[in-house]
Unconditional design. Structure first.
Length: 558
């Protein structure tokens, strides 16, 4: 449970005062020298602030210089392409990525040779922004004398850049810094075969395995015989081959010729950087029959992002005591197509029974969606209210089945009676019978059929005509039924309960019985006669008929 907003703001104020008092740069945790326990107190405050307010981010860029083709030839003025990779990260926050913290901005590079045998011709090179997602290339012009000795030479790089070391959730508190960093790359002066990586790519996703393919070119003037390529990945969470390195045999390799090698690779779920460095080393036999190892060539490789899915338009028609459905759609957010995917729904509760928990999806290209639907029955004792829907997408990843979890919410609605029942003038006089007209309305969102209405009563009320039939009622449709009751002559003038229930079939052809509906019946005083009673009239009429028949018979006998 989060702390009140006032507490969080107060804590932020405390941290801010601590920062100012300790001569911090703006932002938490970027401390100048402080008393022995100050760092511990600051870390605790930062942890508390993050726990209560969330989304603070602190970190820094981490630039690495790589050289894909380090080999140069004597007597040339080559331009080497130095790659700048940013392996920056977070040491506070990071659950909601803040590129401002890890990006190196306004980057400039100035190169200088560490040995007088070679010269750097280029000056300061403006680079711009280097993010963790995209490497930058810095061209450095060199002059290699004809008489330079073959071997390795260092080129020092002075890198200057600006970065944001701390960002608050609303962006009002930031800490901007400008720094200098010393990097270096190694060039190799060699007049034999040399190799550079001209292309590299991978189909492996984060959290999965695949292949990494590299195309190398022999940029030297000599053939490399019986050549083999060894590849390895530099960076946590990356495996090339079955271990630290993999080897591919390519045979004789002529100057100017490209060769492509492919290796198994895997990237762990914990892989955090945008890319990793692929290093390749070529071992070969030179024209004199000696075994040689060419300088290592490097390039950046960017794995595909982890496969992801989105759950959209989730809705439910669940109601206490009835069958219903959970519907929605699943979107493949890529980056790859998926095949043989199945959505599995977890049980919602003990009182909600899902008919079939697995729903097969069609093949989905990136950004394609498919509809899903699960039917179920909600028990009559279930509680109404929101429920979490937990779904798992199982899909074929080529080398096995992968899963992705999805979450959403649906609401179980309170039970609504199947029918609304109304009757006008539900009264009967003591000692009399009466036909009652009931209006029955279907309140369910489905058509109900074969509806049998049954009326029940206790003494002194008697049901004369207890059953009525309705063939079908669509949602919201109303029909009238007539049922007859009689009140005993001794019935007291008051309200008596009638009980009405219905037996019917739903759209699934399930035979159901509704809840009982209590309906009030008012018994009024007996109706007083103003003339001969009905019984006397009937008896008198019978006597008249009998006398008439008897007179006729007597007359004919005369």
């Amino acid at each position: 449970m989060s702390a009140p907003k006032g507490s969080a703001l107060g804590l932020i104020a405390v941290v801010a005062l601590s920062v100012v008092g300790a001569q911090f740069a703006v932002g938490v945790g970027l401390a100048a020298p402080s008393p022995p326990d100050s760092s511990t107190q600051t870390a605790a405050l930062e942890s508390d602030v993050v726990a209560q307010t969330g989304s603070y981010a602190r970190g820094s860029p981490d630039l690495v210089a790589v050289l894909a083709d380090p080999v140069v030839r004597p007597g040339t003025t080559p331009t080497i392409e130095v790659g700048l990779l940013n392996e920056g990260g977070y040491d506070l926050g990071g659950s909601s990525p803040q590129p401002r913290v890890t990006n190196a901005r306004a980057v400039s590079v100035e190169a200088e040779a560490s040995d007088d045998a070679i010269e750097v011709e280029s000056g300061t090179v403006p680079v711009g922004t280097v993010s963790t997602q995209q490497a930058a290339t810095v061209p450095v012009s060199l002059s290699i004398p004809d008489d330079v000795e073959p071997g390795e030479y260092e080129v020092d790089l002075e890198v200057e850049y600006t970065y944001t070391t701390f960002v608050s959730p609303n962006g009002n508190v930031v800490d901007e810094r400008t720094t200098d960093e010393e990097l270096s790359v190694t060039i190799v002066v060699d007049d034999g075969p040399r190799f550079e990586i001209v292309d590299a790519e991978t189909d492996a996703q984060i959290g999965d395995s695949g292949e990494v393919t590299a195309t190398l070119k022999n940029t030297g003037d000599e053939v490399a015989r019986s050549a083999s390529v060894t590849a390895s990945g530099v960076g946590g969470g990356v495996t090339i081959g079955t271990g630290e390195a993999a080897i591919g045999y390519v045979g004789d390799w002529d100057p100017g010729e490209n060769r492509t090698v492919t290796f198994d690779s895997s990237v762990s779920e914990q892989f955090a950087a945008g890319g990793y460095v692929l290093e390749t080393t070529v071992e070969y036999t030179d024209v004199d029959g000696f075994e040689q190892t060419a300088p290592t060539a490097r390039t950046g490789v960017f794995p595909l992002s982890e496969q992801s899915f989105a759950l959209e338009n989730v809705s439910g028609s669940l109601e206490v005591g009835y069958e219903g459905a959970i519907t929605g759609s699943v979107r493949n957010e890529g980056p790859l197509p998926v095949t043989a995917a199945v959505v599995v729904i977890e049980p919602i509760s003990d009182r909600v029974s899902i008919d079939e928990r697995r729903y097969a999806l069609p093949d989905l290209a990136p950004n394609e969606t498919a509809e899903i639907s699960f039917t179920g029955d909600v028990g009559g004792q279930a509680d109404a209210g929101p429920r979490q829907v937990a779904l798992t997408v199982e899909y074929d990843a080529g080398d096995g089945v992968r899963t992705a979890d999805l979450r959403d919410r649906v609401t179980i609605e309170p039970r609504t009676p199947e029918f609304a029942v109304e009757a006008e003038n539900a009264t009967v006089s003591a000692g009399e019978s009466k036909q009652l007209v009931f209006t029955v309305t279907n309140q369910r969102p489905e058509t109900l059929s074969s509806i049998r209405a049954n009326l029940y009563a206790d003494s002194p009320i008697t049901v004369v005509d207890e059953e009525a039939y309705i063939d079908e009622l669509e949602p919201g449709e109303s029909r009238e039924v007539i049922l007859e009751v009689q009140a005993a002559g001794s019935a007291t003038q008051k309200t008596y309960p009638l009980e009405l229930d219905f037996r019917y079939e739903d759209e699934g052809r399930n035979d159901r019985i509704s809840d009982a509906y209590d309906y009030p019946l008012d018994v009024t005083e007996p109706v007083e006669s103003e003339g001969p009673s009905t019984t006397m009239i009937v008896i008198g009429a019978a006597l008249v008929v009998a006398l008439a028949i008897g007179g006729a018979v007597w007359y004919r006998r005369r």
